[in-house]
Each structure stands twice: as structure tokens, then as C-alpha cells.
Ligand binder design. Structure first.
Ligand SMILES: C[C@@](CO)(OP(=O)(O)O)[C@H](O)COP(=O)(O)OP(=O)(O)OC[C@H]1O[C@@H](n2ccc(N)nc2=O)[C@H](O)[C@@H]1O
Ligand SMILES: Nc1ncnc2c1ncn2[C@@H]1O[C@H](COP(=O)(O)OP(=O)(O)O)[C@@H](O)[C@H]1O
Length: 311
């Protein structure tokens, strides 16, 4: 069945955090094998895709972190649209507009989620009707985190992070994010981890059973003691000042404090929404970070927003 053509589609796509990030020794292709538990949180970028009457692909970026995002062919949203166009012989182009709320190079997969949003938007705009499994395949070519951003919720990531399977999680968790000035390069953080630990002693990556049972229980206190990030030491080695941010959150009563993925965003788990508000206020009043955000998780992955009702 054909879908009716649309002039424009907007897709909302979430940031991710890693509740557990176990990193093995580098593979021969340079990537590190992972056992990670991702969670999508309610901090979103919106990508609007609008049809063009030629085959060009363009991007504009607006919002909180727009100045930090490239608008040339290195933009992950452009790369996603181009890859879809090439792999499926699409003879149409697209103008992409990204409304950016997720910090850039912050360890929250902002670029990856824009790529995931673009795949969903162009699939609809170009009437390709690709199944989720086909989109997952294209997503994995774009980056290790992109397949998770398509599915969202809570999921286990294996391989280099691109092989995702859903994980059962009960209830809603309340997170606070301290967004740092400037970003950290993901390859630099992995390289720092390799520098810090003797490779012959590195165990294969494993998912913590305590983390999986904490998620099933839905208890923030159980989750707090099961959080883990093997990249944290490397991020702290490159940005030692993050230690003070983590400690500040704990001193204010956060149940747990952790670097988000490759950093430098720091995340804090609150007992409930009220404590999250208090913690966010304290962090905002400190001079320890550029910006503070609060968000719940888990939430779904990249989703088409309903078209605005025209009058
Ligand atoms: C660390 C994590 C944790 O979820 O995310 P961020 O915190 O940066 O968002 C991911 O592993 C990042 O995933 P992503 O940002 O998609 O990375 P990719 O584009 O696939 O790879 C960028 C580079 O990171 C390194 N890399 C990435 C994934 C992996 N499993 N091993 C690696 O060594 C490689 O140097 C690679 O060239
Ligand atoms: N659409 C995009 N949004 C954010 N960053 C992008 C985008 N496209 C390309 N980039 C580049 O990707 C790098 C990593 O960005 P991002 O995905 O936000 O970080 P992280 O890998 O830490 O989650 C940035 O330094 C930026 O130059």
C-alpha cells in the first residue's frame, strides 16, 4: 500500500545515557567490543525534513548548541540522508532542519540521534516504506550508537554497540545532567582508556546482572549501586575538573553520579522528581557546569511527530 506524499516531516529523537558501559580490548578494526545498557532519556533533538525539487541535501541547525554543529557533509544527519539516498536509488533530495537541545560531543549521542531521526524522516518523506530492520542496518553503517537511537527505551548493546536488544525496565527514573563547557572526542576517550590500562589484563565486556535486576525492580536505590562506566576514568583523566562536579551532586544527595558515556556530561540519579528539581537548582547555582537539564527515562526512540493542525 502506498503512503500519501508529504511536503514535510518532523521526527523527535532522544539523547542516550549508558547505565552500564563495559569496554573490552580494542579489536583489529580499532573498535572496542562493548556490553552496554543504553537508556533513552527525554532530552530531544527535532529534525524536520522538507522535500526539494532536485536531488540536493542541505542542513541548517538551530537551538541551544547550534554553533557547535558542522553544517557541511560531516554532519551526521546529512550523512544519514545521503546513505539512504544512495543505497535505495532515491531520485529526490531533502532540506533538513535540526532543532538542537542535546549537548554536542557530550557523551549523549546527539549526532547519532540526529542521524536516526533523519533516517525515519526520509523513509517517510521519500515513501520508501523500509522496515525497522532495514533502517537498523543503515543505522549501523553510520555509527555504533545510531541503531539504539532508532529503538530507544532501555536496551543492551553488544558488538561495538550497534547490536541492540531490548531490556526489561520497570517504572521511570529521574536524571539530572550537568552539561560541561566544551566537548570530549569519543575516539580520544577510548584511546585514553587504552593508555590507562594494561591491555593484556582486559577482560571481555560483560553486562552486570545487578544492573539488569535493578532495572527489573524499578528501584532507583538498587540502580544507583549498579551503574558503571569503564570510560569514566579516561574522561576524568582528560578532564580532571569533572570529579568536583560528580562529588558536588553526591554531596547534594544524588543517589549516584556518573560520567555519561565518553563525557564530559555528568549524570545524576535522583530518588524522585522532587529531588531531581532540588539537585538541578543546586547544580545551576554552582559554577561547576555550563548548563543543567533534567529528564526522565526510559522514553521511545526516533518518532514522527503529528503534523500541526492547519486552520
Ligand atoms: C562512547 C559511546 C557509548 O555509547 O557513545 P558517546 O558517549 O560517545 O555518545 C559510543 O561507544 C560511541 O559511539 P559512536 O559515537 O556512535 O561512535 P562511532 O561513530 O561508531 O565511532 C567513533 C570512534 O569511537 C571509537 N569507538 C567507538 C565505538 C566502539 N565500540 N569502540 C570505539 O573504539 C573509535 O575510535 C571510532 O572511530
Ligand atoms: N548532527 C550533529 N549533531 C552533533 N554533532 C554532530 C552532528 N553531526 C556531526 N557532528 C560532530 O560529531 C561530533 C560528536 O558529536 P555528538 O554525537 O554530539 O557527541 P557524542 O559522540 O559525545 O555523543 C561533534 O564534535 C560534531 O562535530
Amino acid at each position: 500500500m502506498r503512503v500519501p506524499p508529504l511536503a514535510s516531516v518532523t521526527v523527535r529523537s532522544p539523547a542516550k545515557i549508558n547505565l552500564g558501559l563495559s569496554v573490552g580490548a580494542p579489536r583489529s578494526d580499532g573498535f572496542h567490543p562493548l556490553a552496554t545498557v543504553y537508556q533513552a532519556v527525554a532530552l530531544y533533538d527535532d529534525v524536520t525534513a522538507t522535500v526539494r525539487d532536485d536531488t540536493d541535501i542541505t542542513v541548517e541547525v538551530v537551538g541551544d548548541f547550534a554553533v557547535d554543529v558542522p553544517t557541511d557533509d560531516s554532519n551526521l544527519a546529512i550523512r544519514a540522508a545521503k546513505l539512504l539516498q544512495t543505497e535505495y536509488d532515491v531520485e529526490e533530495g531533502v532540506d533538513l532542519s535540526i532543532r538542537k537541545t542535546i549537548p554536542v560531543a557530550g557523551g549523549m549521542a546527539g549526532g547519532s540521534t540526529d542521524a536516526a531521526a533523519t533516517l525515519v524522516a526520509c523513509n517517510r518523506l521519500w515513501g520508501l516504506q523500509l522496515a525497522q530492520s532495514e533502517l537498523q542496518h543503515v543505522a549501523a553503517e553510520l555509527g555504533s550508537d545510531v541503531p539504539f537511537c532508532l529503538v530507544g527505551h532501555t536496551a543492551l548493546g553488544r558488538g561495538r554497540g550497534e547490536q541492540v536488544t531490548e531490556v526489561m525496565s520497570r517504572g521511570t527514573f529521574h536524571w539530572v545532567f550537568a552539561i560541561a563547557d566544551g566537548g570530549l572526542s569519543t575516539p580520544a576517550v577510548y584511546a585514553e582508556l587504552d593508555r590507562l590500562r594494561p591491555l593484556r589484563r582486559v577482560e571481555p565486556p560483560e553486562v552486570s546482572p545487578a544492573l539488569l535486576s535493578a532495572l527489573l525492580s524499578g528501584q532507583p536505590a538498587a540502580l544507583a549501586v549498579a551503574l558503571n562506566n569503564d570510560l569514566q576514568a579516561a574522561a576524568l583523566s582528560l578532564r580532571p575538573e569533572l570529579a568536583a562536579t560528580l562529588q558536588f551532586g553526591l554531596d547534594q544527595g544524588a543517589l549516584a553520579a556518573l560520567v555519561s558515556g565518553s563525557g564530559p556530561t555528568c549524570l545524576f540519579l535522583a530518588a524522585d522528581s522532587r529531588q531531581a528539581v532540588d539537585l538541578a537548582v543546586e547544580l545551576a547555582e554552582s559554577s561547576l557546569c555550563r548548563m543543567v537539564r533534567q529528564a526522565e527515562g526510559p522514553v521511545p526512540g526516533a518518532r514522527i511527530l503529528p503534523a500541526p493542525i492547519s486552520r
